[in-house]
Each structure stands twice: as C-alpha cells, then as structure tokens.
Design a protein around this ligand. Structure first.
Ligand code: 13P
Length: 285
C-alpha cells in the first residue's frame, strides 16, 4: 500500500527503528526493493533523485512507483530524494509522491529555511512529509571545507527546526554519498545529541559502504530513515558482469537482468535487517 511519509516516519520515531530508503530508476531496481521489503515484511521508502527523473521521466516513475506501492503487501512511501528546485517538488506532489526532500543545504541557513518553508506550505496541508538537510554530507557535496565545518551543529539543528518545523532532518555525521575512499567514521554522539534536542525523525544519507553494525548503531542512537543507493548499483553491475562473462553472446534482457534483480534484492534485505536494529516490531498499519 502507498502511504504518507509522515505516518511511517512518525511510527519509526516512536518505536526506535529506521525505515530503509532505496533509490530506483527503472523497473528491475524497483522490483528488487519491493520484493525484498515484502520478503522481510518491512515498510520501505522508494525514492527518486532528480537525476533518475531526468533519466526515466517524471510521469513514468510516478506510474511504476505508485503502481508498485499500491500493489505491495507492505507500507511503501514514494519519496523525492534531494529535490533542489521548488518546481520539481511541486510537480512530484502533483503526481502523487508522498514525501519530499527539499535540499538547500549548500545555501546559507536563512535561505535554506526559506526554501524549506516554501515547500512545507504546499506539502503540509496534503499530509506530505518534508525532509530537509543541514550540514554537508560528503561524497558528491564534499571537497569544500574541513570536517568540523561540514558536520551538522546541534545548535544549528535546533534553530533550523524552530524556524521550519520540518518533518524530518538529514544530518551530516560523517557518512558520504558514493563509494568510500577511507574508513567510515560516524559521530554517534552527535546523532544522540541532536536526537535529544529535536522531536522529529533524523535521516542518515550516504549509507552504502557503512558496515551493517554501524547502521544499526546509528539507528539505536536516533536515526529513523537510512538512505542506500550506490550498493544497489554495484550489486547490479557485478551480477551483470558475472552473467556476461559466463554467458557470452546472450542478448535477451530478461536473462541478463534476472540475476541483477536478485543481487539487488539480497542487498535490500540485508539493509532492512540492519535498520530494524531492535527487537521491536515494524509498523503495523
Ligand atoms: P549512497 O549512494 O552512499 O548509498 O547514498 C544514498 C543517499 O544518501 C541518497 O540520498
């Protein structure tokens, strides 16, 4: 079933688990996520970046995302990941996305607040969750400043929340989008401190390559949504390369993509298990 991001994140916040969020850009990718969540009997967030939308088309991703969610046995949220333009957020809302991220984290604080409030104004009356970001999450957004300048400051998070009352906040605590170059270091104390001060779900981005036990620890410290993208892409690539090496000359896309879908599904299931983090049950709606 397709549900609102607000509903599921609130339940996760109250019950101390995280809802895993996976990016999709095509059918196999989406099927791997939904089937994985169904096999684990877990709620899931399927999310699209602006890049995925530019690749596949807004309406097309709405059709397959909403269709798959409606047919699913588990609660599914359709989320816009790293929405940067107001127009994109508006169009996603019009097409049926049930959760929106407006990412203005590279702007000055006041401008970030202004842009987030602009989206909240249209999303809130419709019951659609709005996720914002504060701090600079490494990877695609890095090589700008030192560690201390990019991590989310506890005081900034409090000020930002008071100025926006956003539904969820992505915080920078050491993770990075994409493939890690060095060892993963997460500032768990910072997660806990922000969690103690803010009455909303916190989001961990850049979670591919983070050891599963660290994901669970971040959840126990107060993270309620965990984003994964790169590891699904890598699983897909590896499965395709293995298949093509073993089966040179095969050109039937059904044969090629079956093992890819299976490989992505295995990654999805492992991440879901890590997000559960405690023995409490998942959402029951
Ligand atoms: P990874 O690609 O590192 O998993 O990050 C995904 C993400 O945070 C999407 O917003």
């Amino acid at each position: 079933m397709l549900i609102s991001g607000k509903q599921i994140l609130q339940h996760a916040y109250e019950n101390g688990y995280a809802v895993p969020a996976f990016n999709f850009a095509n059918m196999e990718n989406l099927q791997a996520i939904i089937e994985g969540a169904e096999e684990m009997n877990a709620p899931v967030i399927i999310q699209t970046t602006q890049g995925a939308i530019d690749y596949a088309g807004f309406e097309y991703l709405a059709d397959i995302g909403i269709g798959a969610a409606q047919r699913s046995r588990v609660p599914v949220v359709l989320h816009l990941d790293h929405g940067q333009k107001y127009e994109y957020c508006l169009k996603a809302i019009q097409l049926g996305w049930t959760s929106i991220m407006i990412d203005s984290s590279l702007e000055k604080l006041a401008e970030n607040v202004r842009k987030v409030n602009e989206v909240i104004k249209i999303a809130r009356p419709l019951g659609i969750a709005v996720e914002a970001e504060l701090g600079i999450i490494g990877g695609k957004e890095d090589d700008l400043k030192s560690e201390q300048d990019i991590y989310t400051e506890v005081k900034d998070a409090v000020d930002f929340y008071q100025a926006t009352h956003c539904d969820a906040l992505a915080i920078a605590v050491g993770t990075a989008h994409g493939i890690y170059k060095g060892t993963v270091k997460i500032d768990f104390n910072r997660i806990q401190e922000i969690r103690e001060k803010l009455p909303i779900p916190l989001v961990l981005h850049g979670s591919s390559g983070v050891p599963l036990e660290m994901v669970s620890q971040a959840v126990r410290c107060g993270i309620n949504k965990v984003n994964f993208d790169t590891e699904l892409k890598l699983a897909n690539l590896q499965a395709l390369q293995t298949f093509m090496t073993k089966n040179p000359g095969v050109y039937d896309i059904r044969k090629m993509y079956r093992p890819c879908r299976q490989a992505m599904k295995e990654v999805v299931k492992a991440k879901i298990e890590a997000c559960k983090a405690t023995n409490k049950s998942w959402v029951v709606l």
